[in-house]
Design a protein around this ligand. Structure first.
Ligand code: FAD
Length: 636
C-alpha cells in the first residue's frame, strides 16, 4: 500500500477529455492537419513518436519544385503553414521553368533542414487549441464502425471524435543498406507497429512501397572548384502571400557534378549485394526519383548522370547529394562517390539507404480523406501511397479541415480538379488509386493554365477565409492584388496607342507596324511583345507609376493578357465538366444491373463507389461510353 495517498483516490488520467481531433504523426501531413484542425477551433491532440522530429525532412532539404511549388502556394493561400515555414527557413530560392509559359513556373527553395523543423514546432506551439504528446500509437479505438480514439504502446487510451493517421514511412518500416536490413521508420528512428495489423483485421487492404535517400557528406571534404556553381535567383521571391517574411537578401549556392563510366563500374561491383537486385526488396519505388543503381541499370546507354550538391543549412557543413539515392552497401557507396569529380576526398556523415513501408490503397477513402470503412477515421500523407513533403502536407491540411468540419457538423470541403492541384491530387488518389509512390506533376492537371503558382491566392484565399483558416489580413491582401491587377488589365483594354508611338517599339521587336491607333491589350497580346515593351508607351508607364503597382501585380496582369485565350478555353472546358461534378450517384447504386456497361467498369465502379458522374468518368477502365450508359440509366 502506497503511503500518503488518501483513500479512495482514483488513478488520474492524463487524458480525461475527449478531443475533437487526434492527429497521429508529426510529419508534414500531421503538422498541417493539426494546425488546420486547431485553427478551425477543434480541440486537437498531436501525438507523435518523437516531438524532437516534428516536420522532419526525411530526404532532401528542399520545398517546392515543379508542380510541388504550386501545391505549397495553395496550402499557403488556404491558411496552412508550409509556405510560411518554407520562407523562414529558406537558404536559396529559384523559380523553375521560367523559360516556359507561366503555367509551368514553379517556385522551389533550398531549406535549412534544422530551422525548418524548429520553425514548424514554434508555429505549432503558438497555435491555440493544440496539445502535444510523445508516444507510439498502436491502434485505434472503434465503436459501431466508427473511430472513437487511439491506444498507445504504454497502454493509454485517448478518446476523440475523429482520428487522422499520418504515419508516413513508419508502418512496419524496414531499412536496407546493402545486405543489412533492420526495422526503422527513418534512419535513427524506430518503426511503428500494430496499426497495419489492426486495420487489416478491420477489413482494410494494405500494400508495400519503398523509397530511398542518398548519402550526406562533409562539405569540408569537397572540392567545389571542380563543380559547377548553381546560385539562387537574382530576384528571389517567396512562397507565402503574407508579408510575414521578406525575400532572401543572401543565399547559399548549390553545386553540380556528374557521375562517369568509372563511377558506374564501381557501383556495379555492389549489385550482387544490393537488396534492389538480389530480390530482397520487392515493393515498388518512386519511378521519377530512382536510385543511382536503378538509373545506371535502366539507362545503361547514358555515360553520366547529374549530381546536385545541396547545403543542408546556413550553419552546417553537411551536404545532401541529390541524384545519388542508393541502398548499395555503404563501402560501395563510398568508393563510387570518391570517383566523382570534386568528391575525391569525401567524408561521409551518413550513408544512403532504402526503406520499405506499409501503405493503404487510397481508393478506400472518400474525397474528404475519411475512410469508407470506418467513420471518423482519416488518412493523410505517405500512408496513402504518395511521396513528397508537399503532397503529404496538402493532404494533411485537407484531412484536418474535413475532420474539423465533421466534428462541427458542417458540409465537407472538397477542391475540384479545376480549382487546385490539391484537388487533382486527391481526386487521382481516390478515383484511380496508385500502385507506385504518387508524385505530383504539372501533366497530371488538365487545367494547368488555370492552376498557376501566381494565382493560388486568387483561387483559394476566400475559401480558406470562409473555413476560418485564412485570416482577414490574408483576404485583404488578395482582394487588393485582384483589384489592382484587374484595373491594369482594364487599362490595357481601354487605352489606345498611336502608330507614331507604337511602331518604333514594334519594329525593334520585328513585329509588324500598325496603321492606325490600336488598343494596348492587342499589341501586348502579340507573342514577342513583353511588359518592358509596352512600358515604353507613356500612358502605360504613367498608369503603373502613378498607381505604384508592384512587380507581382504587373506580372499577374501580364499573364492575364498573354494567356487570355488559353485561360478562357480551359475555363470553358472546366465549366462543362463541372456540370458532371454535380450529378450525384446515389450511395447504394447497383452497377451490376447495367448490363450494357463493360464488366471492368461495373467492377471498378462497384469497388470505388464514386459520388459523382465526373468522378466516375476519371476512374481508369471506365470509358466515355460507360459514362453515357450510366447517364441514360440514371435518367439524364
Ligand atoms: P513522415 O514525414 O514520414 O512523418 C510521419 C510521422 O509520423 C513521423 O513523425 C513519425 O514519428 C510519426 N509516426 C508514425 N507512426 C506513428 C505512430 N504509430 N504513433 C505516433 N507517431 C507515429 N520524398 C520525395 O518526394 N522524394 C524522395 O526522394 C523521397 N525519399 C525518401 C527517402 C526516405 C528514406 C524517406 C524516409 C522518405 C523519403 N521521401 C521522399 C518521402 C518524404 O519524406 C515523405 O513523402 C514525407 O515525409 C511524408 O510525410 P508524412 O507526413 O506522410 O510522413
Amino acid at each position: 500500500m502506497q503511503k500518503n495517498v488518501p483513500r479512495g483516490t482514483k488513478r488520474l488520467s492524463m487524458f480525461d477529455k475527449t478531443y475533437d481531433v487526434i492527429v497521429v504523426g508529426g510529419g508534414h501531413a500531421g503538422s498541417e492537419a493539426a494546425a488546420a484542425a486547431a485553427n478551425m477551433g477543434s480541440t486537437t491532440l498531436l501525438i507523435t513518436m518523437n516531438l524532437q522530429n516534428i516536420a522532419q525532412m526525411s530526404c532532401n532539404p528542399a520545398m517546392g519544385g515543379i508542380a510541388k511549388g504550386q501545391i505549397v502556394r495553395e496550402i499557403d493561400a488556404l491558411g496552412g503553414y508550409s509556405g510560411i515555414v518554407s520562407d523562414t527557413s529558406a537558404i536559396q530560392f529559384k523559380m523553375l521553368n521560367k523559360s516556359k509559359g507561366p503555367a509551368m513556373w514553379s517556385p522551389r527553395v533550398q531549406s535549412d533542414r534544422m530551422r525548418f523543423a524548429e520553425d514548424w514546432r514554434n508555429m505549432l506551439e503558438n497555435t491555440p487549441n493544440l496539445d502535444f504528446y510523445q508516444e507510439m500509437v498502436v491502434g485505434i479505438l472503434t465503436k459501431n464502425d466508427a473511430c472513437i480514439g487511439v491506444k498507445t504502446s504504454l497502454g493509454l487510451t485517448i478518446k476523440s471524435r475523429t482520428v487522422i493517421l499520418t504515419n508516413g514511412t513508419f508502418l512496419n518500416g524496414l531499412i536496407h543498406i546493402g545486405e543489412k536490413n533492420f526495422g526503422g521508420g527513418r534512419a535513427g528512428e524506430k518503426s511503428a507497429t500494430g496499426i497495419t495489423e489492426q486495420l487489416i483485421e478491420l477489413g482494410f487492404d494494405s500494400g508495400r512501397m519503398k523509397t530511398g535517400t542518398p548519402p550526406r557528406v562533409d562539405g569540408r571534404s569537397l572540392d567545389f572548384s571542380k563543380m559547377i556553381e548553381q546560385p539562387g535567383d537574382d530576384n528571389p521571391q517567396k512562397f507565402s502571400y503574407l508579408n510575414t517574411t521578406s525575400p532572401l537578401t543572401n543565399q547559399r549556392s548549390c553545386h553540380m557534378s556528374y557521375t562517369s563510366p568509372v563511377v558506374h563500374d564501381l557501383l556495379k561491383t555492389g549489385f550482387d549485394r544490393s537488396p534492389m537486385f538480389n530480390g530482397r526488396i520487392q515493393s515498388v519505388g518512386p519511378r521519377y526519383c530512382p536510385s543511382i543503381e536503378d538509373k545506371i541499370n535502366r539507362f545503361s546507354e547514358k555515360e553520366r548522370h547529374q549530381i546536385f550538391v545541396e547545403p543542408e543549412g546556413w550553419n552546417t557543413v553537411e551536404y545532401y547529394i541529390n541524384g545519388f539515392s542508393t541502398s548499395l552497401p555503404e563501402d560501395v557507396q563510398f568508393k563510387a562517390l570518391r570517383a566523382v569529380k570534386g568528391f575525391e576526398k569525401v567524408k561521409f556523415f551518413r550513408p544512403g539507404y532504402a526503406i520499405e513501408y506499409d501503405y493503404f490503397p487510397p481508393t478506400q477513402l472518400q474525397h474528404t480523406l475519411e475512410t469508407k470503412l470506418v467513420k471518423n477515421l482519416f488518412f493523410a500523407g505517405q500512408i496513402n501511397g504518395t511521396t513528397g513533403y508537399e503532397e503529404a502536407a496538402s493532404q494533411g491540411l485537407m484531412a484536418g479541415i474535413n475532420a474539423s468540419l465533421s466534428v462541427q457538423n458542417k458540409p465537407p470541403f472538397v477542391l475540384r480538379r479545376d480549382e487546385a492541384y490539391i484537388g487533382v491530387l486527391i481526386d487521382d488518389l481516390i478515383t484511380k488509386g496508385t500502385e507506385e509512390p504518387y508524385r505530383m506533376f504539372t501533366s497530371r492537371a488538365e487545367y494547368r493554365t488555370l492552376l498557376r503558382q501566381d494565382n493560388a491566392d486568387l483561387r483559394l484565399t476566400e475559401k480558406g477565409y470562409r473555413l476560418g483558416l485564412a485570416d482577414e489580413s490574408r483576404l485583404r491582401l488578395m482582394e487588393n492584388k485582384k483589384q489592382q491587377s484587374e484595373s491594369l488589365v482594364s487599362f490595357f483594354k481601354s487605352q489606345s496607342v498611336k502608330p507614331e508611338e507604337a511602331n518604333p517599339v514594334l519594329e525593334s521587336k520585328q513585329s509588324s507596324p500598325i496603321r492606325q491607333s490600336d488598343k494596348v491589350f492587342k499589341i501586348f497580346s502579340r507573342p514577342n511583345i513583353n511588359i518592358n515593351d509596352v512600358r515604353k508607351f507613356e500612358a502605360v508607364n504613367q498608369f503603373i507609376e502613378s498607381n505604384d503597382l508592384s512587380q507581382e501585380i504587373i506580372e499577374q496582369a501580364e499573364i492575364q493578357v498573354k494567356y487570355s485565350g488559353y485561360i478562357a478555353k480551359e475555363k470553358n472546358n472546366a465549366d462543362k465538366l463541372t456540370r458532371l461534378e454535380y450529378v450525384m450517384i446515389p450511395d447504394a447504386f447497383d452497377y451490376s444491373q447495367i448490363k450494357s456497361m463493360s464488366s471492368e467498369a461495373r467492377e471498378k465502379l462497384n469497388t470505388i463507389r464514386p459520388k459523382t458522374v465526373a468522378q466516375a468518368s476519371r476512374i481508369s477502365g471506365v470509358s466515355p461510353n460507360d459514362i453515357s450508359v450510366l447517364l441514360v440509366f440514371m435518367g439524364r
